[in-house]
Every structure is written in structure tokens, then in C-alpha cells.
Ligand binder design. Structure first.
Ligand code: PEP
Ligand code: MG
Length: 330
């Protein structure tokens, strides 16, 4: 089994009819880096930067962040790293970020000051993080990703800050790549998914976060056990949003991937492929299983599965179709 996995690591995630998929890893803490190498990930599709801000008395400054990102980017040896700026708040139940930073919370934290909203309220946070990331960009390919976007203006506002920070760094004598790293967005709210065509005008790439997308679409808290039975990424509403956002990106020839848990479930991958997705980011431990699945599939079969699934309105029926496909093909 071990030998099989290590052989698999070197093989491409290629369907039997020759379509290549990109399988990347999600990273929550740097300690997971060796796992990523072992799994044969093609870079990091989602670096959750929250770890840098947890369990400490003061905010990490630009240099501390730079050191952390640099060691990750260098460890990836030339493979791309997508760094998501701080996604504070919501179900992540964070402590205050220090003086002058509004605490996420309020009557409904998931609908409040979370992710990019908080960063735009306290732009110094975003400026420092952008600066640290931009300085790392000459050491390896990086991409920058914004969490919890709902309107195009938020992206435009973040981009203004991004470009201003780059200018300031250049004035300061820092070397930055001539072309700034791509600035993309998470599609993880129904609003962003349904306005994907509008948001695409402001963004360089999409990464669909099915964890939050399912939560917000179905009004089911990810952490609420009483309603856990209603949390279902195969609900047709969630799938239609994934489809809409994916098609908006593909029409504009903009890179699109999925980085929610759905992408790491080998049974769900054929459906995502059938919807047109070719880039998936997941827990490193899921990569071998997903790669193995991809290597036994044809795009035609996946497309047929997606067509049948998207005609259904009953989540139970969708589950049966997905399970039957997995039983036959995986
Ligand atoms: C998501 O919401 O799907 C996602 C990948 O981000 P996180 O799980 O960090 O909220
Ligand atoms: Mg999320």
C-alpha cells in the first residue's frame, strides 16, 4: 500500500481520456508541510493565514508574517502558494485582535464583521498582510485570496489597497515581481456565487469554498449539531451555485477551483469535474485517494453524471446518483 501511494505521488492526476487536473493542498498550520510533500500536491490552493493570529498577545507585524510566508513558499520549492488573507470571525469564534480592531461578534457572527469585511474596516491589518505577501512573491509563485466577499466593490477596494501597498514597498526599495501576484476571491456566499459574473470583473481567480457556501445557502451553521442533518453540499441549491460560479469563470477564461471539503471527497469529485472544474484543493491526506479516482475516470462520464444530477431536485436522489456512480467507477 505504501509503495503504491509513493508511486501514485509521481503520477499526474490525469483522466483516462487525457484531461489533466490540478490537485493542491489546503494548509492550516505549517506543521502540515511535510504531509503536503508526501501527498504529491501541486502547490497550496488555500493557505489559511489565521494560524498566525491565534494564541498570542499582540498582532504579528509585517516581518513576522513575511518570515512565516517565506518559509512556506520556500518549502514548496517553486509550486504555487495561494495565501488567503485573514478570515477572522464567524464560526471561527475569534478573540479580539487588539486595540482599535473591532471584535467580530454581534448578534449573528456569521453574518457580521467577518473576513474581508473586518479587514476593510481596519485597513492597516490588510496593508501589513499584503506587504508581507508581496515581499515573499519574488521567492516563489504566490497568489493572494480574499475571504467572505459579497460585492464587487469590496474586491475593488481591496485591490486599491493592494496596489497602493505595492507602490509604497517599491518606494521603500523592496524588490517585487514586475507583475503583481494574482488577487482572487473566495466564492463562499450565495451572493458572491450568484453575482460571480460581476465579481469576476474585479478578480483574477475564483476559489469556491463549499463549506461556507453550503452553510449560508442552507442557513445551517457548520457547527450546530441540532441541524447537522440539513447540512448537505449535494443540495441542488448548493450545486447550482457552484455551477453558476464555475461557468461564469470559464466563460471569462478565469482560473477557478474548489477549496471546500467537497473537493477532498473522492465520491464528489466526478461531479465537480462534470461541472467543468479542473483544479481542486483539499486536505493533503485526501490527495492520493482523489488522484486515484481521477485516474480511473473519463470526462465524458463525469459530464454525463453532472447532467443527470443537475436535472434532479431531491438531494436524496442526487446522493443516490453520486453513490451509484462511485460504486461503478471508483
Ligand atoms: C470554505 O468556506 O469552504 C473554505 C474553504 O474556507 P474555510 O473552511 O476556511 O471557511
Ligand atoms: Mg470559508
Amino acid at each position: 500500500e505504501r509503495a503504491k501511494l509513493s508511486k501514485l505521488r509521481r503520477l499526474p492526476a490525469e483522466t483516462t481520456d487525457g484531461e489533466l487536473l490540478e490537485l493542491q493542498a489546503n494548509l492550516e498550520i505549517p506543521a502540515e508541510l511535510p504531509l503536503i510533500a508526501q501527498a504529491g500536491a501541486q502547490g497550496i490552493g488555500l493557505l489559511r493565514s489565521e494560524f498566525l493570529f491565534l494564541n498570542r498577545d499582540s498582532l504579528p507585524d509585517e516581518n513576522a508574517q513575511f518570515d512565516a510566508y517565506r518559509s512556506i513558499v520556500e518549502a514548496m520549492g517553486g509550486d504555487a502558494v495561494t495565501i488567503r488573507v485573514l478570515d477572522w470571525g464567524g464560526e471561527k469564534d475569534m478573540e479580539a485582535l487588539g486595540e482599535g480592531v473591532p471584535a467580530p461578534g454581534g448578534p449573528n457572527p456569521a453574518l457580521g464583521l467577518r473576513g474581508l469585511r473586518l479587514l476593510l474596516k481596519k485597513p492597516e491589518l490588510l496593508e501589513e498582510q499584503f506587504a508581507a505577501i508581496l515581499r515573499v512573491a519574488v521567492r516563489g509563485p504566490v497568489r493572494v485570496m480574499l475571504p467572505m466577499v459579497t460585492i464587487p466593490q469590496e474586491v475593488a477596494q481591496a485591490r486599491d489597497i493592494y496596489e497602493r501597498v505595492a507602490k509604497r514597498l517599491r518606494r521603500r526599495g523592496e524588490t517585487l515581481p514586475e507583475k503583481l501576484p494574482p488577487l482572487g476571491v473566495m466564492i463562499e456566499t450565495p451572493g458572491a456565487a450568484l453575482a460571480a459574473d460581476a465579481i469576476a470583473l474585479e478578480a483574477d481567480f475564483f476559489s469556491i469554498g463549499t463549506n461556507d457556501l453550503a452553510m449560508y445557502t442552507l442557513a445551517v451553521d457548520r457547527a450546530e449539531t441540532e441541524v447537522a442533518h440539513l447540512y448537505d453540499s449535494l443540495h441542488p441549491a448548493v450545486l447550482r451555485l457552484v455551477q453558476f460560479a464555475t461557468e461564469a469563470a470559464l466563460r471569462m477564461r478565469m482560473p477557478v477551483s474548489v477549496c471546500g471539503e467537497m473537493a477532498g471527497n473522492a465520491k464528489f469529485v466526478p461531479l465537480l469535474m462534470g461541472l467543468g472544474l479542473r483544479s481542486l484543493s483539499m486536505n493533503a491526506s485526501s490527495i492520493p485517494r482523489v488522484k486515484q479516482a481521477v485516474r480511473g475516470l473519463t470526462i465524458d462520464d463525469c459530464a454525463r453524471l453532472a447532467r443527470r444530477v443537475m436535472e434532479q431536485s431531491d438531494p436524496q436522489r442526487i446522493r443516490e446518483l453520486v453513490e451509484a456512480f462511485a460504486a461503478e467507477k471508483l
